[in-house]
Design a protein around this ligand. Structure first.
Ligand SMILES: C=CC1=C(C)c2cc3[nH]c(cc4nc(cc5[nH]c(cc1n2)c(C)c5CCC(=O)O)C(CCC(=O)O)=C4C)c(C)c3C=C
Ligand SMILES: [Fe+2]
Ligand SMILES: [Fe+2]
Length: 326
């Protein structure tokens, strides 16, 4: 009898690998009703096509500023490789990545895991905080691809992990290191990705999960931070205050130095590399504030330890209503 071979799938959003991918990537994103509802279902793809065409030139310019592509694939695959290495002593694991809106897609991960004979699969979202827009959508997409493949294999999912010990510890370490760089009184600002308020009203636990992470981090740092929300992108009511509003308010209150923590992202990508490191830094500096941002967790050993612990703990068995689980 051979021991079980387990498959771990890291779920993430994906991003363009080159500038010409920007428009089709946006089309895939706007076609997904879990992230944005554009009119009645039968019009979603048509409206998505128009919005992608309209937004692509602006998005292209932003991707140009961060090197002409998203680093998300590279970083997620490096996280997968580091996790696989760290799991070597713990059992027989295969680790792969499945992106929601750009390759490598779930169908690729499924083929790979089937070919190496895994007997069960655990989905591990690279989103600590559950939202139907991110984890929910990725789970639904994975299950749909699995059904299409006709492979019958047990699948479980770690739906959220906002207070995972090593994750909280690495965030706290990064904040304390950044505060040390400034060396005097600093204001910690947690910048989370925004969501339409309607998501929260419909029961999305995203904000509660973010607050749970912050509370756990603050038990270590002993520094009280402020929470705000970045990257609004449509004419609906979004979570507030926005990150630019928060920076303006802090400036008016005489705050002189900010440590900005990208709290809902574990990897560097356009929203940390452009919005935080270029746009918000410039805004804070124009208001006379010192500005330090914490690094993406990427492949830092303590973050890989968090993924390792999550992979070993396993998840809940998935049902078709998976995206409503938290
Ligand atoms: C349509 C509205 C959007 C919602 C809601 C949303 C939520 C959300 N997104 C992330 C993380 C990522 N978003 C990324 C790209 C991206 N997201 C949107 C729109 C929504 N996101 C757009 C239009 C784009 C494309 C970039 C742009 O044109 O601005 C990415 C990938 C970034 C990359 O480097 O390629 C990530 C990751 C979270 C965590 C979240 C809500 C919880
Ligand atoms: Fe997004
Ligand atoms: Fe965004």
């Amino acid at each position: 009898m051979t021991a079980d071979k387990k498959g771990i799938v890291l779920l993430n959003m994906g991003g363009p690998d080159r500038l010409d991918d920007v428009r089709p990537f946006l089309y895939n994103l706007f076609s997904d009703r879990s992230i944005i509802r554009l009119g009645p279902p039968f019009l979603q793809k048509v409206i998505a096509w128009y919005i992608a065409r309209k937004r692509a030139p602006k998005s292209r310019k932003l991707y140009e500023k961060i090197g002409g592509k998203s680093p998300l694939r590279e970083i997620s695959e490096a996280q997968g490789a580091a996790l696989k290495k760290s799991l070597r002593q713990a059992g027989d694991f295969e680790v792969t990545v499945a992106m929601r809106y750009w390759p490598p897609y779930a169908s690729h991960a499924i083929e790979q895991l089937k070919a190496c004979g895994v007997q069960n699969i655990t989905l591990l979202p690279l989103y600590p905080h559950f939202s139907r827009a991110t984890t929910g959508s990725s789970i639904d997409h994975f299950l749909a691809c699995l059904e299409k493949s006709k492979w019958s294999v047990p699948v479980s999912c770690i739906n959220s992990w906002p207070t995972e010990e090593a994750y909280v510890e690495v965030l706290a370490q990064h904040i304390l290191q950044a505060a040390k760089v400034i060396g005097k009184k600093v204001q910690v600002v947690y910048s989370a990705h925004s969501l339409p308020v309607s998501f929260i009203k419909e029961g999305d636990p995203y904000v509660d999960h973010i607050k749970a992470t912050i509370a756990a981090v603050e038990k270590i740092t002993l520094m009280r931070g402020k929470l705000c929300f970045q990257s609004r992108s449509g004419p609906v009511e979004w979570l507030s205050p926005s990150t630019p509003e928060m920076i303006t308010t802090l400036g008016k209150q005489g705050c002189r130095s900010i440590v900005m923590v990208p709290i809902s992202f574990v990897s560097d990508h356009i929203e940390t590399l452009y919005e935080i490191d270029i746009l918000y830094r410039q805004q804070a500096m124009e208001l006379g504030m010192e500005f330090v941002s914490t690094r993406g967790l990427n492949t830092s050993p303590l973050f890989i330890k968090a993924l390792h612990r999550l992979a070993l703990a396993g998840g809940n068995e998935l049902t078709p209503a998976a995206s409503r689980l938290t």
